[in-house]
Design a protein around this ligand. Structure first.
Ligand code: AMP
Length: 194
């Protein structure tokens, strides 16, 4: 099962991906997490990506395409994976399609979490507050100012992906404003019908 989760920052992609991981035993490939790990480890990729990420801007395609391609080649992706935060542009969507074709694979479905984005900044600020309260590191881009830039980048570059996958007959939508368990149930219903 190879799927993509789509939706603006704060829509709940990470939370839902975690649940799919637990239920289906396929890994979540979050380019944001992979890039943050590279930043923390001060790798060459991390050093290149840091300033762009802190500003809410996209990291170059060549960087993310390469980290995803390498990750997909690992054995735990043999039965599938969840792409979270990637592809993020139409160009990346074409790249992932070509990349998977080269590996003899294809995406099964793109699931969009449809949300009211005016509520998303509140979710993001709560996520930052919860991390702070738990003594965990707070993401530098989880604040109202950078969130506005991330949302703009989403509408400019990522939102067109819904049309892209719709045209391929691969788009499914779920109500991302419903409670977490209901969203999970809707996603599971889609996955059961693949
Ligand atoms: P996320 O955790 O998905 O919100 O990603 C955090 C940041 O990582 C983004 O604001 C971008 O700077 C970078 N990033 C994550 N995924 C991608 C991608 N597919 N293409 C370009 N940049 C990305």
């Amino acid at each position: 099962m190879r799927l993509i989760l789509l939706g603006p920052p704060g829509a709940g992609k990470g939370t839902q991906a975690q649940r799919i991981v637990e239920k289906h035993g396929i890994p979540q490939l979050s380019t944001g997490d992979m890039l943050r790990a590279a930043v923390a480890a001060r790798t060459e990729v991390g050093l290149k990506a840091k300033a762009l990420m802190d500003a809410g801007e996209l990291v170059p395609d060549a960087v993310v395409n390469a980290i995803v391609s390498e990750r997909i080649d690992q054995a735990d992706c043999d039965n599938g994976f969840i792409l979270d935060g990637y592809p993020r542009t139409l160009v990346q969507a074409d790249s992932v399609e070509a990349m998977l074709k080269g590996k003899g694979q294809a995406l099964d479905v793109a699931i969009e979490l449809v949300v009211d984005d005016s509520a998303m900044v509140g979710r993001i600020l709560r996520r930052a507050e919860e991390a702070r309260a738990a003594g965990q590191p707070v993401r530098k881009d989880d604040n109202a100012e950078v969130y506005a830039d991330r949302l703009r980048a989403y509408y400019k570059s990522t939102a067109p992906l819904t049309g892209y996958y719709h045209a391929k007959g691969k788009l499914k939508t779920v109500d991302g404003m419903a409670n977490i368990d209901s969203v999970t149930a809707e996603i599971e219903a889609i996955l059961a019908n693949l």
